[in-house]
Design a binder for this molecule. Sequence first.
Ligand code: ADP
Length: 172
Amino acid sequence: MAILTMSGYLDARPRVGYFYTGKTNAHILSEKVKSITVDHYKSRPVVVNEASSVYEAITTMFLEDVGTLFVVDKLATLSGVVSRKDLLRASLGQHSLETIPVGVIMTRMPNVTFCEESDFIIDIAKKLITKQIDGLPIVKKVPHGSGYEVTGRITKTNITSLLVDLANNETI
Ligand code: ADP
């Protein structure tokens, strides 16, 4: 009974007792997926300062083994995003990679798509598809100030982990 109630197949009401909810497997799976929030599938963010050079950003991307770097300003608040292709494009130019700051080539605020830990992962998945990007910074509003502190990242890889957990029935 407890397992069927927890799974959503049965519900209980005072004076009525247990009753069948009428939900199908697909309905229950869909509700489960829609209830999972970003904080359960996040990764740690990899952040560079906007004054760092393109060369340093490329090195960080290799050392940290990520595809997207988040860029912060002097106050450590989110100012942009740099992807692999942004760095490749910058490398094709005639400039020295040691002297161009990432702040010049990044996708900058307010054009950065971001999310918060309490957001639903299904909404993030839809944003990744519609915006054609690989990941989003997870942020927290800076108390008593403007801007956002970067607290995590959520990428296509995290969403793939969720898919595997769903298949193994191991989601929270
Ligand atoms: P790549 O094309 O390098 O594999 P993406 O598809 O993630 O990586 O990035 C495509 C473009 O979108 C890049 O110019 C990048 O700066 C930008 N971008 C990446 N993530 C975001 C984001 N969260 N918000 C806004 N723009 C982004």
